[in-house]
Design a protein around this ligand. Sequence first.
Ligand code: HEM
Length: 432
Amino acid sequence: DRANPEFLAGAHAVYSGLRAQGPVVRASFGTNFTDGARAAGSPERQTQGASEHAWLFVTRYDEAVEALLDERFSSDFRTGMTPEQQERAAAALPEEFQPIAHSLLMLDPPDHTRLRKLVQPNFTARAMDALKPRIQRLVDELLDKAERAAAERGETSPERRMEFVEAFAYPLPVQVISDLLGIPVEDQPQVHVWAERFLQADPQQYMANHEARAGMMAFTRYLEGLFERKRREPTEDMISQMVHAQEDGDRLNPRELLSMVFILFLAGHITTVNLLGNGVVALLTHPEQHARFLADPAGMAKGMVEETLRYWGPVDFLGSPRTVKEDSALGGVHIPKGSKLTVGLASANRDPHRFENPDAYDISRPDAHRNIAFGKGIHVCIGAPLARLEAQIAFETLFRRFPKLRLAVSADSLRLGVGAAMRGFKHIPVLY
Ligand code: HEM
């Protein structure tokens, strides 16, 4: 039950047991939001009860990479349905999920290829170089603000307090993606409230969570209004670019535009927040690695980010499963057509056949960058260069400015947040 923080806390032991069973195993998860839609689209599934949620789970690294590169494994949950079944599936999906169900994450080529090409130029190495000063400035501003708040409370180093998630890990990526998209600064606080209610919702209770659902609808209506504004008065941002692309020859229909902004905003949200939190906790709870990092933050930041992605990546396994389009095999296991399969990214990243001593956190690990925390293949995270850049600048600056940074509570008392198989700490009180 991925909505249960106790499962996530002990998940690596579970994954290790599953890897020992085989490269592909049967696993049963709590409900997934597309399950209802899938059941509605597929009459025989409606009678299967609990087994509806049984997926195949890829446990090992080589097979995980193979599965992610195999285009017979579709990301579109409508795959294999007749048009009538698809219609029924669409009707069964909560209205506020329509944008996600039509986003890059859940499309196959050729639509996926066309849409991804449209936004890809915003995430090239060159685009990232241009963003560096902006991210550095934001990082410094957030740390300045934390220092000012501590001074106002009369605290002095090394006893200044900070709630790391609230003061830093959350606002940094959220402001970066909001600025990139072109969400006006004055609207950002409201938009974040809507997004948070949704992202923090317990997947098992989602349908009864009126606040989360209403928030998503409000966000959709807000975005439609924003598109209108950008159409009239374009600015230098991704939404203006996409609105323009839309008018410029049918490259993006209105639903696709909404889906794209939705997914970039949401995917750019909680994942990077968790990477920042996971990195700080990993480093502060491994004294030898911590000392090594402090000796050379600029030199070690890249390796530290890769090792954090490998050791405690923000996405344990893909929330949107693959639908197998034809009979296949993976690691010698027969995969029948129509199977639902998900890839254990976190499990693959601790596969002892790929990474030596995989349960050790080692920021100098030479092959840490081979982690698949961002996936692989055509759906590999489009925001990976941005997340990596933000995290490198954040860790380097944080530990250079605040070398006395340490946890204010025992590591055992830190709690993981719930929600969609994301791994991240809810609150991280620190002293510096
Ligand atoms: C896709 C993880 C940050 C936007 C993915 C996938 C993973 C992932 C595993 C692949 C899903 C699949 O194959 O089904 C992460 C992690 C992040 C992060 C761990 C931070 C540490 C971001 C950011 C953005 C973003 C900052 C936006 C700027 C996307 C989008 C996709 C995606 C749009 C869909 C790509 C496609 O299907 O072609 N991400 N992500 N992500 N991510 Fe990220």
